[in-house]
Ligand binder design. Structure first.
Ligand SMILES: CCCCC/C=C\C/C=C\C/C=C\C/C=C\CCCC(=O)SCCNC(=O)CCNC(=O)[C@H](O)C(C)(C)COP(=O)(O)OP(=O)(O)OC[C@H]1O[C@@H](n2cnc3c(N)ncnc32)[C@H](O)[C@@H]1OP(=O)(O)O
Length: 140
């Protein structure tokens, strides 16, 4: 497995830099060059929670959104935005647990990119799954 750390976007809530965005989670996005998917490791702290001890679903959706956006970016340098995203929460993601998100570009059709992503715990159980449609922007 050959993992490359992608540069991140300094202003990004997920992959940014606290100097540019004080609320950024500052997660590293890695790219698996052999299997062509992103990989984001994280250990949630108390500031990520909704119910006590359980990570807020919106934060998990943001991580999955980034995992998929960067899977597209690694394979196509143009700018795509999230147009539609479906998230299934299968198991709670716990405060202080060790997790990994993976994002995949499944296929492209015209201006649309179809993606999928998941979050797994350290035993390989799938906690969250997502599917999304990204659209190539005209403007940016
Ligand atoms: C956001 C700017 C980012 C700038 C980044 C710059 C550098 C980045 C560097 C690295 C980037 C890597 C990672 C970035 C990090 C995080 C990424 C986070 C991603 C986001 O968080 S991003 C914010 C949330 N996101 C939006 O803010 C989108 C708001 N929205 C729109 O901007 C428009 O709504 C748009 C553009 C979606 C469509 O507008 P439009 O006028 O261009 O589209 P139009 O109607 O012509 O459709 C064209 C084709 O898209 C299909 N299509 C349209 N909508 C669809 C839908 N909902 N479902 C399925 N297909 C759909 C049509 O069916 C047609 O398909 P076809 O061409 O094949 O017929």
């Amino acid at each position: 497995m050959s993992l490359k750390v992608l540069p991140g976007t300094p202003s990004c809530f997920v992959c940014g830099d606290k100097k540019e965005n004080s609320r950024s989670l500052e997660l590293n996005i890695c790219w698996d060059e052999d299997d062509e998917h992103t990989s984001i490791s994280f250990v949630p702290d108390g500031s990520w929670c909704g119910y006590e001890g359980i990570v807020h679903g919106g934060i998990l959706a943001a991580i999955l959104d980034d995992a998929m956006a960067w899977a597209i970016k690694a394979l196509d340098d143009r700018t795509y935005v999230t147009a539609k995203m479906n998230v299934t929460f299968k198991r709670p993601v716990q405060l202080h647990g060790h997790y990994s998100a993976s994002g995949f570009l499944d296929r492209k059709e015209e201006r649309r990119a179809y993606t999928s992503a998941l979050i797994q715990d350290e035993d390989g159980n799938t906690c969250v799954e997502a599917k999304a449609v990204f659209v190539l922007t005209k403007a940016i």
